[in-house]
Design a protein around this ligand. Structure first.
Ligand SMILES: Cc1cc2nc3c(=O)[nH]c(=O)nc-3n(C[C@H](O)[C@H](O)[C@H](O)COP(=O)(O)OP(=O)(O)OC[C@H]3O[C@@H](n4cnc5c(N)ncnc54)[C@H](O)[C@@H]3O)c2cc1C
Length: 497
């Protein structure tokens, strides 16, 4: 009986959607915007999320070739009330780039150019990070701060955050943006900067998805450092208490003694591997001097046993390649790397590092609770704050002078708790998700209300929880801007605006 009642509602809804879909495709065809439908041979590749744990269900993929086609496609979506998500590199943890009924794949937007007179780069919104870095170096030996995975797209990276080990030196990717070319939900082309469409510029730099479809960014560039030292020191502590103490020492060192030229993180991997690692942007002798007191303490805690060291002094491109772990340049079309995972993040405040009580509790959990079979997991704590950090040099998003909705300008570390299938392929065992949640839970109440990092978005959070964790006190202003630029809610981000 209940089933019949449910079907009575669903069948008319499906018919209404089918009618809308054909109105949408008719409109897109009339505007000559290239589209893929479920029957297209390349449909599966075009709609395969990076995170294979998730399933997505778009009805149409558009592949605009020009800004005019982005405008036309959005007008079609607007007139048919179709939800749209833009897709750049497709690396969203929640597959949010594929969450719309119409996906707008920005793969044709591949410009990377550099104006030597202003040192500003123009980057198309479909460019993957590795290709951008390679081209900028070729054009003028320049660099932009960004994450380590070469396949990530600039579209989702630069609109939400964009942390690399060079971010304390140069800022997040979004901090480098000076101007954005975009198209609003109703198909109107706009430019946003600190002097033009200021509210939109603020929203796009931190909470971007859902406010406009970006076609290109103008970004500040920096001279690529000639000497880069990629460094990692691995300890295996015999007890959870020692690991907790080591973390506490390493955490404090980062916040007080790591100059901004020292990209710095604390990692914990299966096999009780406790790793401090990063990149020093300068001569190795300086790095050795800076790290010596830290390594002395960590080694003494390990009963004098020296760590396993991997230290490579190299040029900019070699350093980025080592961080990626494979190759820096990636396929523009046909990119097919994936993982099957669940992750959570927390952002600690610089004024309130994790207490030894919380760390003891977390390491006790990790040392005594094995992960489910066939699981890979890791905890990565990257230093965002510390002496001279450019990330924390900008005003908070609620400051009237702020030009970015990125919320955490007083952060210490961003911790990421990540669990995936060991093979990187499905099937995903839900116990992995439970394990990841328990790692965070083992830190206790002091992390419950901490913010989180939007690019590591957690689809298990409700929209309201996610908005609060990612954008905090900026939420009311973001809601107000959304109601101005997209009152019909055409641009879709399940956890955004
Ligand atoms: C393997 C891996 C490594 C990572 N490493 C890092 C790291 O080192 N540092 C870090 O900060 N983050 C890192 N991330 C997180 C990454 O920055 C985010 O997942 C990012 O949002 C991905 O962007 P994308 O364009 O590839 O994804 P997509 O799924 O294409 O897009 C993500 C979101 O952005 C929106 N979007 C995409 N293009 C546009 C556009 N043109 N206009 C408007 N909205 C758009 C989408 O609609 C979606 O909501 C990593 C992610 C992965 C999977």
């Amino acid at each position: 009986m209940q089933l019949i009642v449910v079907l009575q509602f669903l069948i008319p809804l499906a018919a209404a959607f089918n009618a809308r879909r054909s109105a949408l495709t008719d409109c897109l065809n009339a505007a000559s915007v290239p589209i893929l439908l479920t029957s297209s041979p390349s449909w599966q590749g075009a709609t395969k999320p990076y995170n294979l744990r998730l399933t997505v269900n778009p009805a149409v993929v558009t592949i605009p070739r020009t800004k005019a086609e982005v405008e036309e496609a959005l007008k079609c979506a607007y007139s048919t009330n179709t939800r749209v998500s833009a897709k750049s590199g497709g690396h969203s943890y929640s597959a949010s780039g594929l969450s719309g009924n119409m996906v707008m794949d920005m793969v044709e937007f591949q410009e990377v150019s550099y104006d030597a007179s202003t040192t500003i780069a123009t980057v198309g919104s479909g460019v993957r990070l590795g290709n951008m870095a390679t081209k900028l170096f070729q054009l003028g030996e320049r660099g932009i701060p960004h994450g380590t995975c070469s396949g990530v797209g600039i579209g989702g990276h630069a609109t939400l955050g964009g942390f690399g080990l060079d971010s304390r030196l140069w800022g997040l990717t979004l901090d480098t943006i000076t101007s954005i070319d975009a198209v609003l939900a109703n198909g109107t082309a706009v430019t946003a900067s600190s002097s033009q469409n200021r509210d939109l510029f603020w929203a796009l730099r931190g909470a971007g998805p859902g406010f406009a479809v970006v076609t290109s960014f103008k970004m500040k560039t920096f001279p690529a450092p000639p000497v880069n030292v990629n460094w990692a020191y691995t300890y295996v502590y015999s007890t959870a208490q020692k690991a907790a103490k080591a973390y506490s020492i390493a955490q404090a060192f980062g916040q007080t003694d790591a100059p901004k030229e020292l990209g710095y993180g604390i990692l914990f991997f299966p096999g009780n591997q406790f790793i401090v690692r990063g990149v020093y942007y300068g001569p190795k002798a300086n790095m050795d001097r800076i790290l010596a007191p830290l390594l002395e303490q960590l080694t003494s805690l390990n009963d004098g046993k020296a760590p396993k060291a991997v230290v490579n002094t190299q040029g900019w491109i070699a350093s980025l390649t080592e961080l990626d772990g494979t190759t820096l340049q990636t396929l523009v079309r046909g990119y097919d790397k994936h993982d099957t995972f669940y992750a959570k993040s927390i952002t600690t405040k610089e004024s309130a590092p994790l207490s030894l009580t919380a760390l003891n509790s977390m390491f006790a959990y990790l040392y005594t609770n094995p992960a489910p079979p066939n699981t890979w997991w890791m905890i990565i704590s990257n230093l965002y704050g510390g002496p001279g950090s450019v990330i924390n040099s900008f005003p908070p998003s609620t400051d009237p002078a702020s030009t970015s909705s990125y919320a955490d300008r007083d952060s210490g570390y961003v911790l990421q708790f990540y669990g995936s299938t060991a093979s990187t392929r499905p099937p995903f065992n839900n116990q992995i998700m439970t394990y990841v949640k328990s790692m965070v839970g083992s830190l206790g109440d002091e992390v419950k209300n901490l913010p989180a990092y939007a690019p590591y978005n957690d689809p298990e959070l409700t929209r309201a929880e996610a908005q609060q964790k990612y954008w905090g006190a900026g939420v009311p202003r973001l809601k107000a801007i959304k109601s101005q630029v997209d009152p019909k809610g055409i641009l879709y981000n399940p956890q955004g605006f």
